[in-house]
Design a protein around this ligand. Structure first.
Ligand SMILES: NC(=O)c1ccc[n+]([C@@H]2O[C@H](COP(=O)([O-])OP(=O)(O)OC[C@H]3O[C@@H](n4cnc5c(N)ncnc54)[C@H](OP(=O)(O)O)[C@@H]3O)[C@@H](O)[C@H]2O)c1
Length: 303
């Protein structure tokens, strides 16, 4: 598996496991995480909010025995106050909240230092300088190795690119949701890496596309109404052997790519995703695929 290097020197596998939907049953989650490791995946994405802390705990327990020998890198996220009992949450990117939250995340993850800590969203109205100060302080204190943001707001991304030492930006990015393309040059210029989430669009860009189309995308997707979406998927399916190979190769074509963060509900899905990630495509094939999909653009949060 190809690894990509962040500014701090952290190396992350070019396919990562998104752990948000692993659930809380360790017997179901463990085989998925272990298959990811078998397939060469070393980057694992979680957040304090996922299952109100339980996802970090689960990952900490499963990865403990693998951490040393497999160069595992864990990324987690912060920015929400949450109450596990009442399931209430509210946004808080303050310095105080970030500095106190890392201790809970480290405890749950069984770690003394977190590799990558990301702001879990945020708007242009936040006190962003205070957030940046908090991440810088955690880095100085050795509690984190690197920090980044998870955002699909161009104005927020721009602020952090200009005013902080972020190393990663997580955003929804796939052959179908190609909105991030307009931001790529600037991201690359700053040496920041993209963590592309939603690469298979919840299964739409897999062999299982018809079922996923019927069950998860009845109302369409972004600028695609349901008819547009169905006909685009049909065209891609008729022209190519695998929609997954297309989306993985599309993402691999950007030098700013850090990792493709795929979610999976079974070990078989990971095997299939890594297989398709490894299948090459020619530039001509990729260009043909790109000519079939729409070129989307971010419409909100521009200034
Ligand atoms: N704001 C944020 O920071 C944010 C937001 C969202 C996600 N994330 C991160 O990104 C990760 C991935 O997000 P996502 O779950 O939206 O992305 P995704 O990878 O597009 O979707 C995952 C789902 O796609 C289906 N799938 C995956 N591989 C498949 C295959 N080979 N064949 C058939 N179906 C397949 C599965 O659906 P079924 O369960 O139906 O089988 C799986 O649960 C999350 O786990 C999380 O770590 C971060």
């Amino acid at each position: 598996m190809q690894k990509n290097t962040l500014k701090s020197g952290l190396e992350i596998s070019e396919v990562g496991l998104g752990c948000m939907s692993l659930g809380t049953n360790i017997d179901k989650a463990q085989p998925i995480v272990e298959e990811a490791i078998n397939q060469g995946i070393t980057y694992f994405d979680t957040a304090d909010l996922y299952d109100f802390g339980e996802n970090e705990k689960l990952l900490g327990t499963i990865l403990k025995q693998y951490k040393q020998n497999h160069n595992i890198v864990i990324g987690s996220k912060v920015g929400n106050h949450f109450n596990k009992e009442t399931k209430e949450k509210y946004w808080d990117p303050s310095k105080e909240h970030i500095i106190s939250s890392i201790k809970d995340s480290l405890l749950r993850l069984n770690l003394e230092q977190l590799d990558l800590y990301m702001l879990h969203g945020g708007t242009i109205e936040d006190n962003k300088d205070e957030t940046i100060e908090a991440f810088e302080r955690l880095k100085e204190e050795g509690l984190i190795k690197a920090y980044g943001i998870s955002s699909i707001r161009p104005n927020v991304i721009d602020y952090y690119l200009n005013n902080s030492n972020i190393e990663t930006i997580m955003m929804q990015f796939s052959l179908l949701d190609n909105r991030p393309e307009s931001l790529i040059n600037k991201i690359e210029e700053q040496g920041v890496k993209i963590l592309a989430r939603g690469p298979v669009s919840k299964g739409l860009l897999t062999d299982n596309h018809q079922t996923v189309l019927d069950n998860k995308f009845k109302d369409g997707f972004l600028d695609y109404n349901s008819n547009d979406l169905e006909s685009t998927i049909k065209k891609l399916d008729q022209a190519f052997e695998s929609l997954s190979t297309l989306t993985f190769n599309y993402l691999k074509s950007f030098d700013a790519l850090g990792s493709i963060i795929t979610g999976a509900s079974s070990p078989e899905q990971i095997i299939s995703n890594v297989k398709h990630y490894n299948e090459p495509l020619t530039d001509e094939q990729l260009n043909h695929a790109r000519s079939i999909v729409k070129n989307l653009e971010f419409k909100d949060h521009l200034i």
